[in-house]
Design a protein around this ligand. Structure first.
Ligand SMILES: [Zn+2]
Length: 301
């Protein structure tokens, strides 16, 4: 059989009359196989996924592919074009995402740190409670090739655990749950980086090779270590955050991580590590609001 490569805009208008569009690249391989959908740029300033997905579409030909690879090259295009951080996924975008995902065997939804976020690379693996689907999700997470994995496995309200809410294990139901398709969410890149080291691109290619969409062996990185307990630190008051630690650092309990001050230098808050853990994700934006995110630490199992 002879494959094809086709790039086109998908468009959908919401109830508010605003049209949204997604540039979609579809490569139908010369050989039969499954179907995978890759989303980049659901958050428009997370550039690693956008770089990797666009490079993938640009460089692959049908001769390289078995099955079908569908790539949303800029999922939230308004967020991308306007450099809008933490953009909501408007209903028409969600509808289009579901349409692109429907019929696929696997989903890869590329995320990372936005312009004002520091991020240690990790992969979120959604477990759906079905052994066959979960084995595929775990195999994707293992193949991707980043050092850490966060399992997202329960749905509904988290149990009351006091100071350490376990919301990361109790996420809302997602498209992956609704469609019963295994999904990973790589979290790669930070502060405007553009996949300089190729971590996102190589990770996607590793998954595509593992599941036979591309020929060749995945790079065979060690399986990721699981992120266990997580500490989410927030600002006591409005102020300006001065981090004094680095992404990826293993910090001791009580270690100084930074301060929150006002414009005039008055100390509002000293930020300390509540436990020995790794700095996984940090707000690099200077202003912080009361209750707003400063950083989170993960205990690596
Ligand atoms: Zn994101």
């Amino acid at each position: 059989m002879s494959g094809s490569k086709n790039g086109t805009f998908m468009r959908r208008t919401g109830a508010d009359g605003v049209e949204h569009r997604i540039p979609v690249g579809t490569i139908v391989g010369d050989r039969p196989g499954g179907r995978v959908t890759i989303f980049a740029g659901q958050h428009g300033t997370e550039y690693d996924g956008l770089e990797a997905a666009q490079k993938l579409y640009r460089t692959l030909t049908p001769a390289d592919v078995s099955g079908t690879i569908v790539i949303a090259l800029s999922t939230n295009d308004q967020s991308f074009l306007n450099w809008e951080q933490f953009a909501p996924t408007h209903p028409p975008i969600l509808e289009m995402m579901e349409e692109l995902a429907t019929g696929s065997d696997l989903l890869i939804n590329c995320h990372g740190g936005e312009f004002s976020e520091g991020m240690e690379p990790y992969v979120i693996c959604r477990l759906l409670g079905d052994p066959e689907l979960d084995a595929k999700a775990r195999a994707m997470a293992d193949a991707f090739g980043v050092p850490y994995v966060s399992f997202s496995q329960y749905r509904g309200e988290p149990p009351e655990t006091g100071v350490r809410p376990a919301w990361w294990l109790w996420p809302k139901k997602s498209m992956s749950d609704r469609l019963r398709i295994p999904e990973i969410t790589p979290e790669v890149g930070e502060r405007g980086s553009r996949d300089d080291k190729g971590i996102m691109y190589d990770g996607i290619v590793n998954v595509l090779k593992t599941f036979g969409f591309l020929e060749g062996q995945p790079s065979g990185k060690p399986a990721p270590r699981e992120i266990g307990d997580r500490y989410w630190l927030t600002a006591d008051e409005d102020g300006i955050f001065f981090p004094e630690t680095t992404i990826g650092k293993d910090v001791a309990e009580g270690e100084h991580l930074g301060v929150v001050r006002d414009y005039f230098g008055r100390l509002i808050q000293e930020v300390k590590a509540p436990a020995a853990a790794k700095v996984m994700n940090m707000n690099w934006g200077m202003p912080v609001k009361q209750g707003g995110f400063l950083l989170w630490l993960g205990v690596i199992k």
